[in-house]
Structure formats: structure tokens, C-alpha cells
Design a protein around this ligand. Structure first.
Ligand code: MLT
Length: 243
């Protein structure tokens, strides 16, 4: 029998899903999971996702060759060295480093999904790698949208719709959130960036002049790496799995 694929539109709905037998795909298109794809594609050693800013600063002081990064409400959080932009991390800068990262919604959702059988992260920048992996694994999948402070957002559902559009035939699906996401994606896919410009987080980040970030986050397969949560030295880190 084919495995199941479902979509959760908000962390506040996570309690409705059993994560134990699932691959959970964490989705935060604007911008956490897009930044993760850029950073790891450019050769960072790992990303350590942490829930709060103080812990981020502390770990940044402890871990050799690390940087602290992240945001609160879309702006670089005071005390952190760098922000949450996928364009901030060229290979010349990030290669070999460990990024300690804390964001408003994305890293929070990662922690909320700790009971999942496996966790990977997804964005348009690594859509192909996510789809290939899910087909190959043949396990139940939950597409988990980070949303904005528990409120529905368009960009994460568009990504869920894109995944279903590409690989839905390999799964059983009876989930109206997935259906809605797929309808939305089909409407938007010929001009994702144009479509997304009337969305709450686009308006929020545009107010800080971050349109280039969002345009970049709409590029498909620009940083096509699989990103998986793994254990390393007693810590949960995001890495590109060794082949
Ligand atoms: C988040 O995790 O909430 C985001 O990625 C926010 C952002 O930096 O746009």
C-alpha cells in the first residue's frame, strides 16, 4: 500500500497528527528553510537550530568556528552576528562553519516536531531534493508549515502544494489541506514571485527592504540539497547527509 501524505498548515494544529511514523518536512519558505538550503549548499559544516536568542549566543561562544544568526519579527535579533537571509551566506564566507540559528517560526517548529521519525527541511530552493528523497523513502509524510506565529501563510502552503504536485501520485492522500495547497500552487506556479507579493510576510519583510530575499526564495532548485536533522556530539544539527 502507498504511504500517506498530509499537510499541517500551522504549528497550532500539530497535535492533530501522529509524528512517530512520519518524515516531517519543515517548511519556512520566507526565510528560514531557504536560508538553510543556501548555507548548507555553500558548504557550511552544519546548522544548529535553537529555540531562543540567549542559548544561540551561548552556543556561539562555545562551538569552534561557529557564527550566530537569526531574527525576531524579521529583523536581526540583538546580540546575534548575522541575519536570516539566504543571500548573506556566500561560499567564501560560510564554508566549513557551523551556524547557530534561531528564528521566529522555523526553528521553533523544528523543536516542536522532535518526536518525528525523521525531519528534513524544505523550500523552493531545494524542492527537487526533497521530492526525490520522499519518493525514495516510501514512508508516511507530514508537510509541516511554520506559518507566522501560528497563523496560516501563503508561501509555506504553496511549497506544500508544489511537493504534492510533483510526487502526489506516489502517496495516498485524503487531506483537504493538501488539496487546497495543490490548487493554490497550480494557480501560482507560472509566476510564483508575482503571486506571493500579496501575502502577509511579503508585506512585513518588504517594509524592511527585503524583497530581493523573497525573490530569491522563489527560485526553484537553486540550492538543491537534502537537509536532514541528525545527531552529532549529543546535539541535533541540520546537515546534508553523507552519500
Ligand atoms: C521565521 O523563522 O520566522 C522566518 O524565517 C522569519 C524571517 O526571517 O523571515
Amino acid at each position: 500500500m502507498k504511504p500517506i501524505l498530509e499537510t499541517c498548515f500551522s504549528p497550532s494544529l500539530l497535535h492533530l497528527y501522529d509524528l512517530n511514523d512520519r518524515i516531517v518536512v519543515i517548511i519556512d519558505v520566507f526565510r528560514a528553510t531557504s536560508t538553510m538550503a543556501a548555507v548548507l549548499h555553500h558548504g557550511a559544516h552544519a546548522i544548529l537550530p535553537v529555540a531562543d536568542v540567549d542559548e544561540c549566543i551561548r552556543l556561539g561562544q562555545e562551538i569552534p568556528n561557529s557564527i550566530t544568526a537569526g531574527e525576531r519579527d524579521g529583523k536581526v535579533a540583538p546580540g546575534l552576528q548575522y541575519g536570516n537571509s539566504p543571500l548573506e551566506y556566500p561560499r567564501e564566507f560560510i564554508e566549513g562553519k557551523t551556524m547557530v540559528l534561531t528564528t521566529t517560526n522555523g526553528t521553533r517548529l523544528l523543536h516542536q516536531c522532535h518526536s518525528a521519525e525523521q525531519i528534513i527541511t524544505g523550500s523552493f530552493l531545494n524542492l527537487g531534493a526533497v521530492c526525490d528523497y520522499l519518493i525514495q523513502q516510501q514512508k508516511n509524510v507530514l508537510l509541516a508549515c511554520a506559518s507566522w506565529k501560528d497563523r496560516y501563510n501563503l508561501e509555506d502552503s504553496l511549497f506544500a502544494g508544489a511537493v504534492y504536485d510533483q510526487i502526489g501520485m506516489h502517496f495516498r492522500m485524503n487531506c483537504d489541506s493538501t488539496r487546497a495547497a495543490a490548487h493554490l500552487y497550480r494557480q501560482a506556479k507560472s509566476d510564483l514571485y508575482g503571486f506571493i507579493q500579496d501575502s502577509s510576510h511579503f508585506h512585513r519583510l518588504s517594509a524592511y527592504g527585503l524583497q530581493y530575499d523573497m525573490e530569491y526564495c522563489c527560485k526553484v532548485d537553486q540550492h538543491n540539497v537534502l537537509i536532514q536533522l541528525q545527531e552529532e556530539n549529543g546535539q541535533s544539527v541540520l546537515k546534508v547527509p553523507a552519500v
